[in-house]
Design a protein around this ligand. Structure first.
Ligand SMILES: *[C@@H]1O[C@H](CO)[C@@H](O)[C@H](O)[C@H]1NC(C)=O
Ligand SMILES: *[C@@H]1O[C@H](CO)[C@@H](O)[C@H](O)[C@H]1NC(C)=O
Ligand SMILES: *[C@@H]1O[C@H](CO)[C@@H](O)[C@H](O)[C@H]1NC(C)=O
Ligand SMILES: *[C@@H]1O[C@H](CO)[C@@H](O)[C@H](O)[C@H]1NC(C)=O
Ligand SMILES: *[C@@H]1O[C@H](CO)[C@@H](O)[C@H](O)[C@H]1NC(C)=O
Ligand SMILES: *[C@@H]1O[C@H](CO)[C@@H](O)[C@H](O)[C@H]1NC(C)=O
Ligand SMILES: *[C@@H]1O[C@H](CO)[C@@H](O)[C@H](O)[C@H]1NC(C)=O
Length: 377
């Protein structure tokens, strides 16, 4: 209902604008509207970028406010602009533009942007943002790379050829898988293992892939088993976490109960949603979804997947995944016999018993943020 009111008020605003004459061009809108003078300056400073953007029609533009651009200039990302110049600005603006007039954002989900340059993305349909409309806040929340969140400010403006939403934070062009998981999302063990196995370049060259990335504590809990593997077996384990030519967004996985996914190792993974609506990949619990990467999407899981393990569905009330390898933390240092104890992997039972190290699978709805519940319910 609120959404309808909001859409109606947006339409009323546009009708008023139309009554007063035609809509301004995008450039005139940015030039004449308070709060966009920095964006205007950027556009005027790079005429070829300005001309390519203003040549577009039927588009939705997310336009960073002055405050957003000031804050952007304080982040490490700003160096990409100072070093990349027009090329980076073009990519960054493309990542803020959708093909089509989206005055209808309601359902949570990925939206393809105009960023398609292979220097910045290997998503063939364009890099995505994730957006949902928050009816109580009268705003759209948007997620981009590095798990960063932006919000729209007030009502959208119409211009000749599209619609413009002011936003309070510059979108973050997603980095490589390794970059995206090495920060606060706690997937650096996987990135390090890819690197040590010499797989990083091969992984980054994939297009439209899904990466099931174990959280560091899930990795650590079976590190003794992993360190006992031959290099070839470890490569197989790593490739078993990657599904090429498939984009496992939350909205897709949610509909994929029982579906198998063919991984880079050639073996298959199975998606499960149990009756408690918890999501699992084989026996590993899904803990966080929809983190965009340069060439796909990252799904965090609570355990390492084992291509040679037996796979059984989780129990109907399981909340956490179970280890697919014998647990035990590898001893580092002296190089002597490892003294830590191991357990046998509970691959055949999936009791849902979680080790103390595991973070616990969040409920399906909580996976993509509590505010989103307003939309889903
Ligand atoms: C921007 O606005 C100024 C006046 O504030 C005007 O002189 C200039 O021509 C405008 N530029 C564009 C591209 O509309
Ligand atoms: C823009 O969208 C309108 C209506 O959706 C359509 O009729 C028109 O052909 C589109 N224009 C372009 C250039 O795609
Ligand atoms: C929302 O608008 C876009 C752009 O016009 C269109 O592609 C999409 O199908 C619309 N979605 C719905 C649910 O109407
Ligand atoms: C990613 O976000 C974290 C904070 O959540 C920040 O410390 C880090 O600098 C960011 N990385 C990049 C590349 O922006
Ligand atoms: C990452 O790990 C730190 C330290 O263990 C923890 O405080 C934090 O909550 C974790 N973050 C996520 C997103 O799991
Ligand atoms: C896209 O893939 C190519 C290989 O086809 C690779 O060289 C490039 O670095 C990738 N781009 C990104 C942004 O990761
Ligand atoms: C998924 O499929 C399994 C097996 O068919 C079933 O037990 C389970 O209830 C399904 N989950 C949902 C959420 O429908």
């Amino acid at each position: 209902m609120l959404r309808n009111l909001w859409v109606l008020s947006a339409l009323a605003a546009s009708a008023a604008a139309q009554a007063g004459g035609s809509f301004p061009s995008l450039l005139a809108l940015v030039n004449e509207t308070d709060g966009f003078s920095y964006l205007n300056t950027y556009l005027q400073s790079f005429p070829e970028v300005r001309d390519s953007v203003t040549a577009l029609t039927n588009i939705t533009v997310f336009a960073p406010s002055n405050k957003a651009l000031l804050e952007f200039a304080e982040t490490p990302r700003y160096s990409q602009l100072t070093e990349g110049g027009a090329d980076f600005l073009q990519a960054l603006l493309s990542y803020h533009i959708l093909d089509g007039i989206y005055d209808n954002i309601t359902e949570y989900g990925p939206l393809n942007t105009l960023l398609t340059s292979p220097r910045y993305t290997n998503l063939t349909a364009g890099q995505v943002i994730f957006a949902y409309y928050n009816p109580s806040g009268f705003e759209i929340a948007i997620w981009s790379g590095n798990d960063s969140q932006s919000g729209t400010i007030g009502l959208p403006y119409e211009f000749e050829g599209g619609i413009l939403y002011p936003i309070n934070s510059v979108f973050n062009i997603p980095g490589t898988v390794s970059e995206e998981v090495s920060g606060p999302l706690n997937g650096s063990s996987f990135a390090q293992a890819l690197d040590q196995a010499g797989l990083t370049d091969e992984v980054n060259a994939l297009k439209d892939a899904t990466f099931f990335v174990p959280k560091n504590d899930g990795w650590e809990s079976v590190s003794q088993s992993l360190s006992a593997l031959s290099p070839e077996a470890l490569v197989d384990v790593l490739k078993y976490h990657i599904v090429p030519d498939f984009l496992g967004y939350y909205s897709v996985l949610e509909e994929a109960n029982g579906t198998t996914l063919k991984t880079l190792s050639g073996q298959e993974l199975t998606v499960y949603l149990n009756e408690a609506e918890e999501m699992f990949i084989n026996g590993a619990g899904v803990t966080y979804v929809d983190v965009p990467a340069a060439n796909g999407v990252i799904v965090f899981i609570d355990n390492v997947l084992n291509p040679t393990g037996t796979v059984q569905p989780p129990t109907s009330d399981a909340e956490d995944g179970v280890p697919a390898f014998p647990t035990g933390v590898a001893s580092s240092g002296s190089g002597g016999e490892s003294t830590s104890s191991t357990t046998t992997a509970s691959v055949a039972t999936y009791t849902g018993a979680a080790s103390a190290l595991q973070t616990g699978t969040m409920s399906l709805l909580a996976l993509v943020g509590a505010v989103m519940m307003a939309i889903v319910l």
